[in-house]
Every structure is written in structure tokens, then in C-alpha cells.
Design a protein around this ligand. Structure first.
Ligand code: BDP
Length: 720
């Protein structure tokens, strides 16, 4: 009996060790299955020498041994003291081992602080793989890159890799509240256990840091942009310091969100006026105190005078006054301010899309040099599709930081499979024409267009306490892709997807190609069943789940759906041309001309910029009404296509994640049908035309869809 019990225990243990619950993300390091590659790798990699002892070197060492022993399934010798016979040598350019290898000066220059090289060099008739960098962190990044080559079964013969990041600050923005909830979070609760910190360090903090470092993320904003001043109190700063200590070896700095009214709430002052001497001094003291706890503190992210948050305008001051006050306090310590341009106040404008530009453009060049203005990718709010934000290209004297949203607030939460890198790329590749053709958003962000040293990209995190971190197995790809794109804004969505699949699932080419085709199409499919042809912000009220194009009569017009789609008996769409809000005037002339005419405006943006008649003939020769119906139907049908592709993978990937994604795709399909039916039936009340007869009848009535309610939809702001 005893024997039997231990036998079952063994099975249990070995099963759980093999369990593909998604926890390991893209750092799985399982034995390489391709025997040919495995033999080549094993032959070439027998020992490693790490020339360095700093905390960063220690984690690099742990990672390379963890990775190599898992991937190669053999013991790798750790040459502790002497690198002469090592097959892989890691170190900074100043280290003894690397100096011996005579790396050319030219190869070292222009790598910057975080860059690295990976080279196959011949040393005493032997090929040695060198991972070298100007600084320790570059070596860690190089180690992750090297492991990626093996994970993706790339050749490691004649390696000539030179890498350095295209943006300087590559940060995750956690919208995590101190009570453990996550605003717009769909993957459980916050990772940060504030109650148990600083004494208790959850092992997850380390795995979080590893995952980030592996894709070059070097900053973590721990708290929600709708900020709570308590995080700046002495007790919480100790907790923040404990996290910073965990992240430091991985090259990750912590940042906090600064509640503008903190001098009143924490400091007992009667004002938070940024020009008041006492307020300024309060922030200086607070910043000094923070740096005593966290010597490499990154700085502040600020949401001010937006959606009810306090800010300088409460005192008749400007964004510039507010940002520069904090920048002055941070300057002595090289801290930065990321001042958000996502602003809209209580005075509902004629077009919310114009507000950020109107409030910020005039301050171009007026911010201190440690201020970045953080701009969402589009002018409204992380919609399935938006044109690029008009501030990109409009503030050449100010470093503009990109803000993407990884958490799928408007894209099906963590239920829908939506690979967002195509959305990110669409924005990065868009041409602002700020300095003529080729002035892409990517060049604005990476500083090359306007010669900025300080550059950055932020991603609103989709990470929570769920075992697989992101809720949906494929949502991990958005975290991954964000890091890779922040590192190199020019990388392609496709190549990133390919790496991610290979590292996360399998290198089997048929699976890779199939999954990749689903991922690459997924965002467009979602746009089609949610907001085709440039429609936007027609989701459920406040929680943003499901369709609700009928939302009207709320206390502010721009929190309704009818404000955005403007459907009437004549047509549909928001006229943002000269005959309407003229939001187009905020773009460079060629962009205005292109989007300004219905003839040249791509149909993807048609109803974003134009109010178009129901009988307008689209490129497909269908009327606008018919085209709208077709897009909604084809979107929902395409989810079935994704399901078929997925079903064909059964047995080719692990059963656990296969089943999870299968179930999620079915929910996605049902929700896509709801989107399709609800929107088509609702817009039909204006168009007064039949749904084309080739399309099947909606499943339910419009009334049915209107009555759906989701009182406990996740991620909602408690105070709303
Ligand atoms: C919106 C979210 C809201 C955020 C806001 C922001 O609905 O929860 O606070 O963005 O970015 O998309 O500040």
C-alpha cells in the first residue's frame, strides 16, 4: 500500500512538473526536441565562464545555467576561475576574459549603456561564443538573447549580433491599486502584496523581473495612474524599496504615480499649487526621502486634470507648471517625470479627440529636460483601431513617450485572443509627415526624428495574480511583444510572434505557421466584429465589456456611444473634417489631405473622420450599410476560422493550454456574435434597410441585447 501511495505521489509530482499552466511564460527552457540541433548545440556548448560578480552577473549566471541545462539536458561546466577553455564567455569589455579575446574597438562603440554583442570568435584554434557588453546589464540582456537563439533553434555558428535598445525607458505601467485590485485588470489581483511587504518577498517578483529583463523592459511603474498618495508615505516607501531591491539586478527601476494633491493629503498643506514655495519644498523633501529608500528611483508618472484627478489647473496653473515642479525636485537625482497627455476635463469639448493637442502643443519646448510627455497611441482611448495621436510629430522640442495598452480593456478583456503587436506597429509605422515623408511615429518615439536622447515607451500591463500571469495564454504575447518593440520599434510583429510561439509553445513549423496566421489576423478580426470601418467607443458603459452602441444620456456626452458614432437616418460616423470638428487640422497637411477626403481615406478610418451616407458606395461596391453588415458578419465568422485552426493543433501542443484556448475561443465566438447582432440591429434602426439576405438572421432581438447587464464585469474603477 505504502508503495502504491508513493507511486501515485510520484506521478502527481512529475505531472505537476510538466504542467503547462503558463507560469513559465516564454522562459520554459525545455529540452530541445530537434535532435540535429541538439547535437550541434551540445557539441559547441560544454562550459561557461562568467567574468563578473555583481548581482546582475549572478542573475545572468543563474539564468544561463538554468537555460542551458534545461535546453541541452546535460550538465554544463561552470568554469569558476578561468575562462581559457570555456565555450561561452560572458563579461564586460573591461573584464579580463573579454580583453583577451581582442574584440575590435569599432564593435564596442555605439552600443550605449544597455547594448551587447554576441560573437563567435576563434581563440587559440577554438571557437568561443562571446557575450560581452559595456555594462553588466548588457551582459544579462545578451544572455537572454543567446538563450532565445537556442529556444528558437537558430544556428549559433558564426554569431555576429550587435544590439542596443532604440528607446531608453521601456516601462510597464501597472494600474494596480493599493487594495490589491487592478484597474482594467483581467488577470486576477495585483502582483504586489503590499500588506506583506517589505518583509515577505514573493518568488513571483523575481520571475516577473526575469521575464521583463528577458525582453529588455527596464522600468516598472508600480501604481495606478489614478493615484493614491499613501504610496508616498514612509511605511509604503519601505515596501517600494523592497521591490526595487528585487528588481535592481535585472536592470529594472521602479517608478511611482504621484498624486498631485499629495502635499495636502499627506503633508497637511492647504494647497498643491505648483508655484507655491511650500508645495515645491514639500515635493523636494518627499523626493529626497524616496531616494533615501530607493537610490535609483526612476521618477514619477502623473495623470493630472483628467477624469477628475487633481492637477495644476485646479490652481489656475498649467501642465507645464505641474510637470516642471516635479522635474525640479527629481533633477538632482536624474529622475524623470512622465506627464500624461491623456486629458479631458469637465468641460466636454466639441471633440474629445482634440483636447490633448489643444492643451499640450503650446508647451512644446517649455518642459524641463527631464520631462517626457506620455501620449496614448490614439487620440481617444485605446480603441481597437484609432489613427495615430496628432501630438506625434507636433511637439518636436519635447520627448514624447508612447503609451500602449496591453491589458485588453476595449478588446475583449482576457477572454479574446487578440495579438496586439499589429496594432502597435500600425501606429509606430504611421507617417506623421512632421518633417516630410518618412517621419514615422516610430522615429518620433525613438528620438531619431528630433534628436532626443530621452525616449521611452510605456505599456499598460496585463499582468496579475493568475497562474499564467495574463489570464489568456495568448495575452502573454502582448507583454512579450511590447518589450521587444520598445527595444526595437522597427521590429516586425510577425517575427516577434514567431519567436514568442517557439519559446512559449513549440518550434514545430506547422504549428508555428498556423498559430502565427491566427495571431496576425486576430486584431483585424476583432476590429471587424467590434468597431469596423473606423467606429469607436461603442462598448458597454463604464466596464467596457460587450457592445452598447445605444448608450446615451449620461452626465457627459463624451461618455456615451452616440457621441462617437453619430448614426442618424442619413448616415453614420464622426465628421472630423473642416465641415465637422476639424480635428484633422491637428495633423500635418499631407495627413489632413489623405484622411480628409472620403476618396483617399482608408476604409479602416472612414467613420472616424467622416459622417458617411448609408448608400455611399464602398470599395467592395456594396453600400456603406451593406459593408458594415458584411464586416460585422465576417468578423464573427473569422472567429470560427480561428477555432478551426486551433482545433487542428490538438495533440501537437500540450493538452492543458490547448483546452484553455479552445474554451476561450468558444466564448470569444459567442461574444463576437453578440457584438455583431447588437450592432447590426441597432444601426439598422437608423439605416432602415434590410440586413443583406446572404447573411444569416441575428440570434436575438435588439431588446434582448440591450437588456444584457454585467454588474460584476472585472477591472472596473471602484469609484465610478
Ligand atoms: C481609460 C480607462 C481608465 C483609465 C484611463 C487613463 O478606462 O480606467 O484611468 O483610461 O488612461 O481607458 O487614465
Amino acid at each position: 500500500m505504502k508503495k502504491l501511495v508513493s507511486f501515485f505521489l510520484l506521478i502527481l509530482i512529475s505531472n505537476s512538473a510538466l504542467s503547462e499552466n503558463g507560469y513559465r511564460l516564454w522562459l520554459r527552457y525545455d529540452l530541445i526536441k530537434n535532435q540535429q540541433m541538439l547535437t550541434v548545440y551540445r557539441k559547441q556548448i560544454k562550459s561557461v565562464y562568467i567574468d563578473g560578480y555583481s548581482p546582475t552577473f549572478l542573475v545572468a549566471k543563474n539564468e544561463i545555467f538554468l537555460g542551458l541545462s534545461g535546453l541541452l539536458g546535460t550538465a554544463i561546466t561552470d568554469l569558476k576561475t578561468d575562462g581559457k577553455n570555456a565555450s561561452v564567455v560572458c563579461g564586460t569589455f573591461n573584464s579580463h576574459a573579454i580583453k583577451n579575446l581582442n574584440i575590435k574597438e569599432a564593435e564596442k562603440s555605439s552600443l550605449g549603456k544597455e547594448g551587447y554583442i554576441i560573437r563567435s570568435v576563434v581563440y587559440k584554434n577554438r571557437t568561443v561564443i562571446v557575450i560581452a557588453a559595456p555594462e553588466d546589464i548588457g551582459v544579462l540582456y545578451g544572455v537572454y538573447h543567446f538563450l532565445r537563439l537556442l529556444q528558437t533553434n537558430e544556428s549559433i555558428k558564426n554569431l555576429v549580433v550587435s544590439e542596443s535598445p532604440k528607446t531608453k525607458l521601456r516601462v510597464l505601467n501597472h494600474w494596480d491599486n493599493l487594495d490589491g485590485t487592478v484597474e482594467r485588470g483581467y488577470a486576477g489581483f495585483s502582483l504586489w502584496n503590499w500588506h506583506k511587504l517589505p518583509g515577505y518577498i514573493d518568488a513571483r517578483y523575481i520571475d516577473y523581473a526575469r521575464a521583463n529583463a528577458s525582453i529588455g523592459i527596464n522600468g516598472s511603474v508600480l501604481t495606478n495612474v489614478n493615484a493614491n498618495a499613501v504610496v508616498l508615505s514612509p511605511d509604503y516607501l519601505k515596501k517600494v524599496a523592497a521591490l526595487a531591491d528585487v528588481f535592481r539586478p535585472y536592470g529594472i527601476k521602479v517608478y511611482l504615480t504621484a498624486r498631485f494633491s499629495a502635499p495636502i493629503e499627506l503633508g497637511g498643506l492647504s494647497t498643491a499649487d505648483p508655484l507655491d514655495e511650500k508645495v515645491r519644498q514639500w515635493w523636494k523633501n518627499k523626493v529626497k526621502e524616496i531616494y533615501e529608500h530607493v537610490p535609483d528611483f526612476g521618477g514619477f508618472v502623473v495623470k493630472a486634470n483628467s477624469e477628475g484627478q487633481p492637477g495644476p489647473q485646479n490652481y489656475g496653473r498649467s501642465h507645464k507648471d505641474g510637470a516642471n515642479m516635479l522635474a525640479d525636485a527629481l533633477q538632482p537625482y536624474q529622475g524623470v517625470v512622465m506627464w500624461r497627455a491623456f486629458v479631458y476635463d469637465d468641460n466636454v469639448p466639441d471633440d474629445r479627440a482634440k483636447q490633448a493637442y489643444n492643451e499640450f502643443k503650446l508647451f512644446d519646448g517649455a518642459f524641463n529636460n527631464n520631462v517626457l510627455v506620455q501620449v496614448k497611441n490614439g487620440p481617444i482611448d485605446f480603441q481597437p483601431r484609432e489613427p495615430f495621436h496628432p501630438l506625434f510629430g507636433a511637439m518636436p522640442k519635447t520627448p514624447l513617450m508612447m503609451e500602449f495598452q496591453l491589458t485588453q480593456e476595449y478588446l475583449g478583456f482576457s477572454t479574446h485572443l487578440v495579438y496586439l503587436a499589429t496594432l502597435f506597429k500600425e501606429c509606430l509605422d504611421a507617417d506623421t509627415y512632421a518633417q516630410g515623408k518618412g517621419s514615422t511615429v516610430s522615429k518620433v518615439i525613438n528620438g531619431s526624428l528630433d534628436k532626443h536622447e530621452l525616449t521611452g515607451m510605456a505599456g499598460v500591463a496585463n499582468i496579475g495574480s493568475d497562474i499564467n500571469w495574463c489570464g489568456h495564454p495568448f495575452a502573454q504575447s502582448n507583454w512579450y511583444a511590447f518589450g521587444r518593440l520598445a527595444w526595437n520599434t522597427e521590429s516586425s510583429a510577425e517575427s516577434i510572434a514567431e519567436d514568442w510561439i517557439k519559446m512559449t509553445f513549440t518550434v514545430d513549423q506547422t504549428v508555428v505557421q498556423s498559430m502565427k496566421s491566427v495571431m496576425m489576423a486576430s486584431r483585424e478580426i476583432t476590429v471587424n466584429y467590434m468597431t469596423p470601418l473606423g467606429l469607436h467607443h461603442i462598448m458597454g458603459w463604464s466596464h467596457h465589456h460587450g457592445p452598447a452602441p445605444w448608450i446615451s444620456n449620461k452626465h457627459r456626452a463624451d461618455w456615451t456611444s452616440v457621441y462617437y458614432h453619430k448614426a442618424d437616418t442619413l448616415g453614420i460616423g464622426f465628421d472630423r473634417t473642416v465641415t465637422g470638428s476639424n480635428a484633422l487640422s491637428q495633423y500635418a497637411k499631407p495627413v489632413q489631405d489623405f484622411y480628409g477626403s472620403v476618396d483617399t481615406c482608408p476604409e479602416e478610418y472612414l467613420l472616424w473622420f467622416h459622417h458617411v451616407k448609408w448608400d455611399y458606395q464602398t470599395k467592395s461596391k456594396r453600400t456603406l450599410w451593406e459593408e458594415l453588415c458584411h464586416r460585422y458578419y465576417s468578423g464573427a465568422d473569422s472567429v470560427q476560422w480561428m477555432q478551426k485552426k486551433w482545433d487542428a493543433l490538438e495533440g501537437k501542443i500540450d493538452a492543458e493550454r490547448f483546452r484553455q484556448v479552445k474554451m476561450l475561443l468558444q466564448v470569444q465566438y459567442e461574444e463576437a456574435i453578440a457584438w455583431r447582432d447588437a450592432c447590426v440591429l441597432y444601426f439598422q434602426t437608423f439605416a432602415r434597410r434590410p440586413i443583406p439576405s446572404v447573411l444569416e438572421k441575428p440570434l436575438h432581438t435588439l431588446e434582448y441585447y440591450k437588456q444584457q447587464s454585467f454588474p460584476y464585469a472585472p477591472g472596473i474603477r471602484p469609484q465610478w
